[in-house]
Design a protein around this ligand. Structure first.
Ligand code: SF4
Length: 211
């Protein structure tokens, strides 16, 4: 079952009223380091990523810096992050492409972003939204779960959820929606024990197992 557009508007209004300053908790110093942090955050918490990058970004914060480091040194710098072998390779080749093809700038088009190593649909949408101010919705595990439980979406895949959210939510909230829904999922509508008693959208939510 899906909730109707009126309820979706009410839901996003309630989240907007209850969550102050919704934005990414990743720390970065420019578009490039936002991109590297989002790549590093795959299957890893933002807190972990920030702990590692706070030292890296003091010295290394451009594609040229990462290319000069080379894969092995990048590996060494990020070795406390899950999947560091693959992530180090992705960061190196991604930096090389930015340096050689994009004059060290992070491109602002979806197709260009997803052609970079380690950058999928979700990462591209985060970058377009946070770095370029575009009205995109990145569907991560939290956004997916909350959208399905509440009845904002019945999609089977993140891309379907993304399309349904873009259709049902009012335009003025699209840019914020990713963070509002994500933060609600991270702190209230948790995967194992959703805090339904403290949930501001409890009356709208269609989740059968809500408490
Ligand atoms: S009522 Fe429960 S399941 Fe529904 S959104 Fe709130 S926390 Fe999640």
């Amino acid at each position: 079952m899906l909730i109707n557009k009126n309820k979706a508007v009410k839901l996003i209004n309630l989240l907007n009223n209850s969550i102050k300053n919704p934005k990414t908790s990743l720390k970065y110093r420019n578009k490039f380091t936002l991109l590297t942090s989002v790549v590093l955050s795959a299957q890893c918490t933002d807190v972990n990523v920030n702990n590692v990058t706070k030292n890296i970004y003091k010295k290394y914060y451009t594609p040229k810096h990462f290319v000069n480091l080379g894969i092995n040194k990048i590996k060494n710098l990020i070795k406390s992050i899950g999947l560091f072998n693959n992530k180090a390779k992705n960061l190196y080749y991604l930096s090389k492409i930015l340096l050689e093809k994009y004059k060290s700038k992070v491109p602002g088009k979806f197709e260009e972003l997803i052609s970079l190593p380690g950058v999928g649909r979700k990462t591209a949408n985060v970058i377009l939204n946070a770095a370029f101010g575009k009205p995109t919705i990145a569907v991560d595990t939290h956004v997916f779960r909350v959208s399905i439980r509440t009845g904002l979406s019945n999609g089977k895949k993140p891309e379907q959820v993304e399309t349904q959210l873009l259709n049902i939510l009012p335009k003025k909230y699209i840019k914020k929606a990713h963070h509002l829904i994500l933060l609600h999922g991270r702190y209230i509508c948790k995967a194992k024990n959703p805090l339904c008693k403290n949930c501001v959208i409890n009356k709208i939510c269609l989740y059968k197992e809500k408490r």
